[in-house]
Design a protein around this ligand. Structure first.
Ligand code: CFM
Ligand code: HCA
Length: 543
C-alpha cells in the first residue's frame, strides 16, 4: 500500500472530503487525486479547468488578469489601456514583478512604469464608455507617440456592451499606429486561463507576421511562456548569448512589439510555460511551419537538458560542442552551492500550489536540494498540464473554448516554410527527441503524492495541520494564513522580491533562499493566540 509521509493518502483525502456537503465532496474528489503512474506512464484522470465551487475560497484570478496582467503586460512598448473602473488597472500594475530592459529597444520606450486606465465612472456605466475610451487612446497617443496601443476589457465593459474592437479600428485608422482590443472581461472562462487564450489569439491576429525580415543569427529561436519574473529571462538570455543561440522574440518577458511581429521568422519555438502560450505555438506551426518543443529552465539539470535539446534540434556539431562547453563552465559553481546547502535541506518536505506550470517546474529545484514534494497542484492548469503528453484535453469540456471567439488558422501558402525536413524530423524522433511534447506534472511525481487542482483555503489549512510541511509554496493571498500556522511560505509567483531563479545562476539563488527559509528558527516561535490560551479556542474555532 502506498504511503505519503507515513500516512495513508486515501484516508487523508477521505478525511478532508468528509467535511464537505456530498455534492461538493463529489466534485472536489475528482480534482483531488492520489497519484499513481502506470507502467505505460499513464496517470489517473484529474478533473481540471472547471468552475470553482461557489463558497470555496480559491487561489484563482480572472480572465482579464490572464490576458492583460500575464501575457501582454510584460511588453514594454505597447501602451496597455485598461478599459474599466480603476481597480483592475491598478492591481495589475507591475504586481507580477515582470522586469524589462528598456535599453534593448532603440527608441527606449518603456510604458510599464505607467498605469493606463479609462477610470470608468457611473456616467460611462450608464451611458456607455466608448467616447471616453477614444479620448484615452488619443491622449495616450498625444503624450507618448507609441508604436502600438492595446485595450483590455474589464467585466463592466462586456455587461454594458461597449464595442472596444470598433473603437480600436477607428482609432487605428485615425492615428496610423497599430491599435487592437481584447474582449477579456474578467468573468469569462473559469480562471486566468481563458485570458491567456484570448491574448494569444489577439496577438496572433494583430501582430505576428507583420515583419518578414530575416534578422541575423544562426540558431534562431523564440522563447515562449517566459515572463521575466524577478529577472528570469535575463539569466536565460545570458545563457543563450553564451551558447550563440539567438532569441528572436520572447513571449513576453522583456519583450517588444517589433519582436512579436517578426517572431514567425524563427526556426524553433521553445516553450517554457505551456499553459499560457501553447496557442501561439500551435498557430505559428500551422501557419508558418515553425515547430515547437517543450523546454524548462527551472533547475540546473533541466537547464542543461533544455540547452542540449535545442542543440540537438539544430544538429550542428559547432552548437552541440558550444552548449557542452557552457554547461561544463556553469555547472561546477551550481554543484558547489548545492553541495553546501543540501545537508541542511535533504529530506525536507514541500507543497506547491501555483498557477499553471510552476507547481511542476519547481519540483526540479526541490529535487536538486533533496527535498520531497508531498503535494502539488495548479490553480488553473488543464488536464494536459497534469497528466502529460499521453492525455490531451477534451476540447468539448475545456471551459476555455466556451465564450471565446476562436480563430481559424490556416497554412499561409506563401510564407509557410517547414524549418525541418520530414526525414530529419523522423530521424530525430527515432532517437527519442520529442516535438510538441506535453510535459505534465503527474508522470514525474511518486505514487501516493496528492495532486490537487484549484486548492481551497479549507484544504490548505487541513494539509498543513495533517502534514506540517517544512515549506509551502503559493502566492500572496495564501502567504500570511500559511505563515500564521508557523510554516514558511515561498511565493513562487513574485518570488518574494527575490530571483532570478531560472537557469544556472538562478538555481544558486534558489538553493540559498530555500536553505534560509526551511532552516530559520523563527517559525518555532509562532504560536496562535488560541494555542497559547486554550480558553480562546472556542471563540476562534472554525472547523
Ligand atoms: Fe505560466 Fe507564469 Fe505560471 Fe501563468 Fe500566472 Fe506567473 Fe504563475 Mo502567477 S504564465 S502559468 S498565469 S508560469 S502570473 S509568470 S506566477 S500564476 S505558475
Ligand atoms: C495573477 C498574477 C499572479 C498573482 C500572484 C499571487 C502573479 O494571477 O493575476 O497570487 O501571488 O504571478 O503575479 O499569478
Amino acid at each position: 500500500k502506498v504511503t505519503l509521509d507515513n500516512l495513508d493518502p486515501e484516508e487523508v483525502k477521505a478525511r478532508i472530503m468528509a467535511k464537505y456537503p456530498p455534492k461538493v465532496a463529489r466534485k472536489r474528489s475528482k480534482q483531488f487525486v492520489i497519484n499513481k503512474v502506470g507502467e505505460d506512464g499513464k496517470t489517473p484522470v484529474i478533473n481540471a479547468n472547471v468552475r470553482t465551487v461557489p463558497g470555496l475560497m480559491g487561489q484563482r484570478g480572472c480572465c482579464y488578469a490572464g490576458c492583460k496582467g500575464v501575457v501582454l503586460g510584460p511588453t514594454r512598448d505597447i501602451i496597455n489601456i485598461t478599459h474599466g473602473p480603476i481597480g483592475c488597472g491598478f492591481y495589475s500594475w507591475l504586481t507580477r514583478r515582470n522586469q524589462t530592459d528598456p535599453e534593448s529597444t532603440p527608441d527606449g520606450h518603456n510604458f510599464m512604469t505607467y498605469c493606463f486606465s479609462t477610470d470608468m465612472q457611473d456616467e460611462e456605466i450608464i451611458f456607455g464608455g466608448e467616447k471616453k475610451l477614444k479620448q484615452a487612446i488619443q491622449e495616450a497617443y498625444d503624450n507618448f507617440k507609441p508604436k502600438a496601443i492595446a485595450v483590455f476589457s474589464t467585466c463592466p465593459v462586456g455587461l454594458i456592451g461597449d464595442d472596444v474592437h470598433s473603437v480600436c479600428r477607428e482609432m487605428k485608422e485615425k492615428l496610423g499606429i497599430n491599435i487592437f482590443g481584447f474582449s477579456c472581461e474578467g468573468y469569462k472562462g473559469v480562471s486566468q486561463s481563458a485570458g491567456h487564450h484570448i491574448a494569444n489569439n489577439g496577438i496572433f491576429k494583430h501582430v505576428v507576421g507583420l515583419d518578414d525580415t530575416i534578422k541575423e543569427g544562426k540558431y534562431r529561436i523564440n522563447l515562449l511562456g517566459e515572463y521575466n519574473i524577478g529577472g528570469d529571462a535575463f539569466e536565460i538570455e545570458r545563457i543563450f548569448d553564451k551558447c550563440g543561440i539567438t532569441q528572436v522574440a520572447a513571449y513576453s518577458g522583456n519583450s517588444s512589439i517589433d519582436a512579436f511581429a517578426n517572431s514567425h521568422t524563427a526556426d524553433l519555438n521553445c516553450i517554457m510555460c505551456h499553459r499560457s502560450i501553447n496557442y501561439v505555438a500551435e498557430m505559428m506551426e500551422t501557419k508558418f511551419g515553425v515547430p515547437w518543443i517543450k523546454v524548462n529552465f527551472i533547475g540546473a539539470e533541466a537547464t542543461a537538458k533544455s540547452l542540449r535539446k535545442i542543440a540537438q534540434y539544430f544538429g550542428e556539431q559547432e552548437l552541440i560542442d558550444k552548449v557542452e562547453e557552457v554547461i561544463a563552465e556553469e555547472l561546477p559553481e551550481v554543484e558547489a552551492a548545492c553541495a553546501e546547502v543540501r545537508p541542511r535541506t535533504e529530506g525536507k518536505r514541500a507543497m506547491l500550489f501555483v498557477g499553471g506550470s510552476r507547481a511542476h517546474h519547481y519540483q526540479e529545484l526541490f529535487g536538486e536540494l533533496g527535498m520531497k514534494t508531498l503535494s502539488a497542484g495548479y490553480e488553473f492548469g488543464h488536464r494536459d498540464d497534469y497528466e502529460g503528453r499521453k492525455v490531451l484535453p477534451d476540447i468539448k469540456v475545456d471551459a476555455d473554448s466556451r465564450n471565446i471567439e476562436e480563430l481559424t488558422i490556416e497554412k499561409d501558402p506563401e510564407r509557410f516554410n517547414p524549418r525541418i525536413s520530414e526525414e530529419r524530423k523522423a530521424e530525430l524522433e527515432n532517437s527519442g527527441f520529442e516535438f510538441n511534447d506535453y510535459d505534465g506534472m503527474m508522470p514525474e511525481m511518486p505514487d501516493g503524492a496528492m495532486v490537487i487542482d484549484d486548492l481551497s483555503q479549507w484544504e490548505t489549512d487541513q494539509l498543513i495541520k495533517i502534514f506540517k510541511p517544512d515549506l509551502f509554496c503559493a502566492g500572496i493571498k495564501e502567504k500570511y494564513t500559511v505563515q500564521k500556522h508557523g510554516i514558511p511560505l515561498k511565493q513562487l509567483h513574485s518570488y518574494d522580491y527575490g530571483g532570478p531563479y531560472a537557469g544556472f545562476k538562478g538555481a544558486i539563488n534558489f538553493y540559498h533562499e530555500i536553505d534560509r527559509m526551511v532552516n530559520s528558527r523563527v517559525w518555532e516561535y509562532m504560536k496562535a493566540p488560541w494555542d497559547k490560551n486554550p480558553e480562546l479556542a472556542a471563540t476562534y474555532a472554525c472547523d
